[in-house]
Design a binder for this molecule. Sequence first.
Ligand code: NAD
Length: 318
Amino acid sequence: MTWLVTGGAGYIGGHVVAALRAAGLPAVVLDDLSTGSLARVPADVPVLTVALHDFDAVLAGLRDHEVTGVIHLAAKKAVGESVERPLYYYRENVGGFEVLLRAIRSAGVSRLLLSSSASVYGNPDQDQVTEDLPLRPLSPYGQTKTVCEWMVAAAHQAYELGYVTLRYFNVVGAASRELADTGVFNLVPLALQAISAGRQPLVFGADYPTRDGTCIRDYVDVRDVADAHVAAARLLDAGKPAAVYNVGRGEGFTVKEVLAAIDRVTGMDVGYQVVDRRPGDPTSYCAAVDKIERELGWTARYTLDDMVASAWAAWPKP
Ligand SMILES: NC(=O)c1ccc[n+]([C@@H]2O[C@H](COP(=O)([O-])OP(=O)(O)OC[C@H]3O[C@@H](n4cnc5c(N)ncnc54)[C@H](O)[C@@H]3O)[C@@H](O)[C@H]2O)c1
């Protein structure tokens, strides 16, 4: 029972590897280190420094390590960059996944866990997002995640590949300094970066129809997200499911509420600067989590303050 974790040297992948080890599930990492770091991988976990496009190397890795299941996290994830470089995102995220699926088939691997994102929903017209909503991604990044979801469902139909797709909402926090999120794209790292530089965090629009005028999102701790992978791996080991789950807390916080949590955790009065809305930012959404709670027995444990505190503890300070 060995799990190959693609993107295992990344922010979420590093936490997934740690959670698998804690659960006694052996892991091997495949990562091209384009945004990942070997420092995130424990010394006794084998690392294949391989790009997904290298079919022969991916197949050899699956065979050499007698891999029984794949957890696929390797992807490019910057929404803004995907708007500027859509074809690069399609090549990396969709092209890379096509190669991986072929190698999985050739190696006879029967279990796949796919990392997806709330971005597949686009601008949902209901606050609590259920898994059966139509997928309407807004960015090329979200489109690549949507196409990967279609690909895995088609592979399930054609080849009886068992799969679980996890759609993460806004992932925050870190179990340790080594595992911290070094890509500064999301609200909490952006705010911590601003604080470190002596600037006030930016709030993009304070005139939304929400309780304080700022956008609402579902923030979920990366340690909880990693545990959801262990629960999904167990489901895959038990049979050949074809299942999609939201991974969130099931409650939304406004941008101002997250900044207030940062004030509480850091003991600072950070303040903020309101600037124009960003085009395409949905007003409000959070995950419906009944399905993952019911079928995987998974519930998020960490609160907003817990996740902000762990992100702050892991943030590099002078
Ligand atoms: N961070 C979030 O808030 C979030 C939210 C929703 C979904 N996701 C998804 O979770 C996954 C992991 O995200 P992350 O935040 O850990 O990002 P990350 O950039 O830290 O990790 C991605 C890892 O994949 C590796 N990689 C990228 N392209 C590769 C390729 N072609 N071949 C081999 N390795 C490659 C990188 O080196 C890196 O280690 C991604 O699929 C991302 O789309 C992340």
